[in-house]
Design a protein around this ligand. Structure first.
Ligand SMILES: [Zn+2]
Length: 82
C-alpha cells in the first residue's frame, strides 16, 4: 500500500498561515516555522489560529461532526485550554 501524506500524522495537505509562509526563513521548513494552534470555540466552530500573527487561518463551522469523527467526547473544550 502506497503511503500518502505524513507517515506519522496521516496529513496530506497542511494548513498554514500565508503570512508565515511569506516570512519563513529559507533554512526552515513550514513545520519548524509556522506557529498555529487549533481548538473549538464557544459557538462550536473549530478554528485554526496563527499564534505569531494573532489571526485566523481557517474556521470550520461544522465542528460538532468534525469532533465526533475525531472521537472527541469532552463536553468542555475550555477544560483543555492553557
Ligand atoms: Zn502567521
Amino acid at each position: 500500500m502506497e503511503t500518502i501524506g505524513d507517515p506519522q500524522s496521516g496529513i496530506e495537505l497542511y494548513m498554514h498561515c500565508c503570512q508565515c509562509l511569506q516570512e519563513k526563513p529559507e533554512n526552515q521548513s513550514p513545520q519548524e516555522w509556522v506557529q498555529i494552534e487549533a481548538g473549538i470555540m464557544p459557538d462550536g466552530k473549530f478554528r485554526v489560529w496563527c499564534k505569531r500573527h494573532q489571526k485566523n487561518v481557517v474556521t470550520f463551522t461544522d465542528s460538532v461532526k468534525l469532533a465526533d469523527s475525531l472521537g472527541m467526547k469532552c463536553g468542555n473544550p475550555v477544560h483543555h485550554a492553557n
